[in-house]
Design a protein around this ligand. Structure first.
Ligand code: NAP
Length: 322
């Protein structure tokens, strides 16, 4: 029996007792019988009146519910937006998610040689890719950049809040400007991007936000009060958004890498790096590709939500935090 979706409405606010959003519609079979149906939010943004599908009965704790399942599942390429995606960890994440079939939006401050190289590598994998200039610390820049991504790629399914900076010094020498600059990029930047992008994810049925924190956010680090505070803040943001956005099908997860072989880590004074390697159970730097593979796993594993996953070669267990 083929059913036709006569009309529908997408509900963007969860209605108690349900803890999720969905669409409600009226479907009609070939004999003119009508049924009120529920439609999964994964079809949001693709539904249209007249669509053909099946109506199936589903047993739930709230009783039997009729569900409409469209027959013509339009394949829409999924899109990942990576901030600070031009180089370092962000570049590796862009390449890894391209390998997973995502169209890629690389967001960074400026289109320089490194951005060009990452963009070309991503395109050579065979997916669509764009560069957008975004300063994550500036709300207007984020709004403009995200709408550019939407107009070029149509949607955002994955947001990786990866852009980050350091301005290291001991507390007594740390200027208020350096404190604020780091918080503005690393923490407020993730707030702006999550706020703007999630409103579109809600309308397209959900998504995943990955926040790139640091083990420094878990255990602190001498000379990095601003950076540690920003990365701990990202963890609080992750826990809260994971609760707030779950009803909309958006998962939020943080990762906490140890020292990763990028320009940021290599700028750390040699003596501190040596000390780090001495303490690490596995004494080496982490490759950016290893971090990228973890991000891909988070994106693909739908059971992960509201957690912080360290990727640190065991450094946190040997940290002198206690
Ligand atoms: P990186 O090589 O310095 O790359 C950071 C990228 O972010 C650069 O492309 C940079 O652009 C961009 N960026 C800086 N400020 C921005 C802003 N306001 N708006 C948009 N983009 C901005 O650093 P990385 O090592 O790959 O680090 C990536 C993330 O991982 C950061 O959040 C970092 O804190 C975190 N992390 C790194 C390590 C590590 O050991 N490397 C460890 C734990 C966590 P420009 O090139 O124009 O400056």
């Amino acid at each position: 029996m083929v059913w036709k979706l006569v009309t529908y409405t997408e509900l963007y606010t969860p209605i108690p007792p349900y803890k999720s959003t969905y669409a409600i519609g009226v479907a009609e079979d070939e004999s003119g019988n009508k049924a009120i149906v529920r439609i999964d939010r994964k079809y949001f943004g693709r539904l249209r009146s007249g669509m053909l599908g099946d109506v199936i009965e589903e047993w739930t704790v709230f009783g039997t519910i009729k569900r409409f399942v469209p027959k013509e599942e339009v394949k829409v390429p999924r899109v990942a937006l990576i901030t600070g995606g031009a180089r370092g960890i962000g570049s590796s994440i862009a390449i890894e998610l391209a390998k997973a079939g995502f169209s890629i939006a690389i967001a960074d401050l400026a289109y320089d040689k490194e951005a060009e190289k990452t963009l070309e590598t991503v395109k050579s994998i065979g997916v669509e890719a764009v560069f957008v200039a975004i300063d994550v610390s500036n709300r207007e820049s984020v709004e403009k950049g995200v709408s550019e991504v939407l107009s070029k790629l149509g949607r955002v399914d994955v947001l990786v809040n990866n852009a980050g900076i350091t301005r290291d010094s001991y507390l007594q020498r740390m200027s208020a400007e350096d404190w604020e600059a780091v918080i503005r990029v690393n923490l407020t930047g993730a707030f702006h991007c999550s706020k703007v992008v999630s409103q579109y994810m809600i309308r397209t049925g959900g998504g995943v936000i990955v926040n790139v924190s640091s083990i420094v956010g878990l255990v602190g680090n001498v000379g990095q009060a601003n950076y540690a505070a920003s990365k701990s803040g990202l963890i609080g943001l992750t826990y809260t958004l994971a609760k707030e956005l779950a009803p909309y099908g958006i998962r939020v997860v943080a990762i906490a890498p140890g020292f990763v072989k990028t320009r940021m880590a290599l700028a750390v004074p040699k003596s501190i790096l040596r000390d780090y390697l001495k303490r690490s159970p596995i004494p080496r730097l982490i490759e950016p590709e290893e971090v990228a593979r973890l991000v891909r796993h988070i994106v693909e594993n739908e059971a992960l939500n509201g957690v912080v996953i360290p990727i640190d070669l065991g450094l946190t267990i040997s940290s002198p935090r206690a």
